[in-house]
Ligand binder design. Structure first.
Ligand code: ACM
Length: 535
């Protein structure tokens, strides 16, 4: 019944009924979890679930159980949820909600449903501490309301890390008080490319939006109430054209630019200098105030070097920085940011290209170009978040059907995604300990609305959640049968997931060009890209 699949599920006999007499209890330290449970159960049942000395639903912690782990016991007389910590209790509550009829997720009273929970003993603990989703709000802005909804859906799948991709060529989405033009100018673009083909037309319609610092504080607090850490990402030294549009002096050419209206890899990159480091250091100082996360994303991916090579002052610049080749520029810049974050007691988090340089101890690498970065980083002693594009890029098309909306890259079915294992083969036990977990990446070049995000993300994210929470053995048929019930939950939640038989007519984008590829083509491309980090 449960997604993700628990370590142990022992069905008993009978059931526990939620009634007007049902009460709840928890120690003061679990007040937030208790409030969450009351508000999760109340709308559909109409029950107030008052607090009692010892409630019929009793929450507690037990230090012997382990972080994020829980024990859920349902008998006809009551429910007890013991967690190793508050997060474990919260996940026990999420499991309890799943044991109720799917209509529990409706936001108003549902008549005619018996709100009963089957008697059961569940023992559960996550396999990995980093169970994440990356959400790109730079390519298409996602309103705050929908970010909060995304957090609720993550929590329902026991995902605990939102990697929030806040800046890119096409938009800067985070208010920075010291540099207001980042959002006054950088949050808006003239139009957007429609489709993935290189010659795809523009739509002629402006796009934009940004989060104020108050919005961010709200989102971070809302996430924390659901035991989700928000890891912000400020891209550099490539994927920065929105910042260059706001502050051209950050660029190599210093020419005026507009916020980019195309998708892909952009030639306009940061000028690598102490003044650019200082600018980003000031940006990060505001980021650190807003985000308590241990990890802070610095980007690092897909940075073309052509502008640096073409710079007539290149030789002087390299000499001034004590560097020998153009390939040293990005690592030099990223190491400065890395040191800035480390000095503030945090750790840098970057895409696997950052392995081209020497990193501060504790830097964490997101392995996206397959698993080569995961292997290289773990062997070099860096922590790893696995997010290989050929398994967990949820913008990739979901089948071979030409009717998939804007079909990009390779098909990734629910079955494909379910096979994801963050631990690459061939690592020693010591090296494997560096694998913190994994995440699905939700890029939004071709997802211009929350409805499209639903279509791309669900139910594939359910499979990712299980791959990150549950033990390594997989039984797809078993998962699929549990998914049947789970889809009824998503229906009640109002999630417009992709149906097994493909997109509904309004989920298609007829005539909008995609850029599909084969697995062989993709593998060859990636192998070429990662050759220089495999040492
Ligand atoms: C990436 O997909 N460029 C990290």
């Amino acid at each position: 019944m449960l997604i993700p699949r628990p370590l142990s599920f022992v069905a008993g006999t009978g059931s526990f009924a939620l009634t007007a007499g049902t009460t709840v209890s928890a120690p003061a330290s679990l007040g937030g979890v208790l409030a969450w449970l009351q508000q999760a159960l109340r709308p559909a049942t109409g029950l107030t679930l008052p607090v009692a000395g010892h409630g019929s639903i009793a929450l507690g912690t037990d230090a012997g159980i382990g972080s994020e782990a829980f024990q859920l016991d349902v008998t006809p007389a009551g429910v007890t949820i013991a967690g190793g910590d508050a997060a474990g209790v919260f996940y026990g509550c999420q499991a309890l909600v799943q044991l109720l009829p799917p209509a529990i997720h409706r936001r108003a009273r549902v008549a005619g449903v018996a709100w009963s929970v089957p008697c059961v003993q569940v023992r559960d603990a996550p396999r990995f501490p980093w169970r994440g989703a990356m959400l790109d709000v730079a390519r298409h802005f996602l309103p705050k309301h929908d970010v909060l909804r995304f957090l609720d859906l993550m929590a329902a799948h026991r995902l605990n890390t939102l990697h929030w991709h806040l800046t890119d060529d096409q938009g800067w989405r985070l208010e920075i008080k010291r540099y207001p033009r980042l959002t006054e100018v950088g949050a808006w673009r003239r139009e957007s490319q429609v489709g993935a083909a290189r010659d795809a037309p523009g739509d002629g319609r402006p796009h934009g939006g940004f989060y104020t610092q108050d919005d961010v504080r709200e989102i971070v607090a809302y996430a924390a109430e659901r035991f989700i850490t928000v890891v912000p990402e400020i891209e550099s030294p490539g994927h920065v054209q929105a910042a260059l549009a706001a502050y051209p002096e950050l660029g190599v050419t210093r020419q005026p630019l507009e916020v980019w209206t195309r998708w892909g890899i952009c030639d306009n990159v940061l000028d690598i200098s102490q003044s650019t480091v200082d600018f980003f250091g000031n940006v990060f100082d505001e980021v650190l105030e807003l985000f308590p996360s241990r990890w802070i994303g610095v980007g690092g991916d897909e940075c073309p070097r052509d502008q640096w090579r073409a710079d007539p002052l290149l030789a002087d610049r390299l000499a001034g920085l004590g560097l020998s080749t153009v390939d040293d520029l990005a690592p030099w810049f990223l190491r400065r940011l890395d040191d800035h974050l480390t000095a503030a007691g945090r750790r840098a988090f970057g895409w696997d290209e950052i392995l081209e340089g020497d990193l501060a101890p504790g830097t964490t690498v997101a392995s996206w170009r397959g698993m080569a970065g995961a292997v290289a980083a773990a062997r070099r002693g860096y922590d790893v978040v696995a997010c290989p594009d050929d398994l967990v890029y949820l913008d990739y098309r979901q089948s071979e059907s030409p009717e998939e909306p804007i079909p990009v890259a390779i098909p990734l079915t629910v079955r494909d995604v379910y096979a994801f294992d963050p631990v690459p083969p061939g690592l020693t036990a010591d090296e494997s300990r560096h694998i913190l977990g994994g995440q699905a990446n939700v890029w939004t070049e071709h997802a211009d609305s929350p409805r499209t995000i639903d279509y791309l993300v669900f139910p594939r994210l359910c499979a990712v959640a299980e791959a990150l929470w549950s033990t390594a053995d997989r039984d797809f048929d078993d998962f699929r049968s549990r998914l049947e019930t789970h889809l009824a939950r998503l229906d009640a939640l109002g999630v417009e997931y992709r149906r097994d038989d493909g997109p509904r007519p309004w989920q298609r984008r007829p005539g909008v060009p995609g850029r599909p590829g084969t697995r062989d083509q993709r593998a060859a491309h990636i192998a070429g890209l990662v050759a220089n980090i495999q040492r």
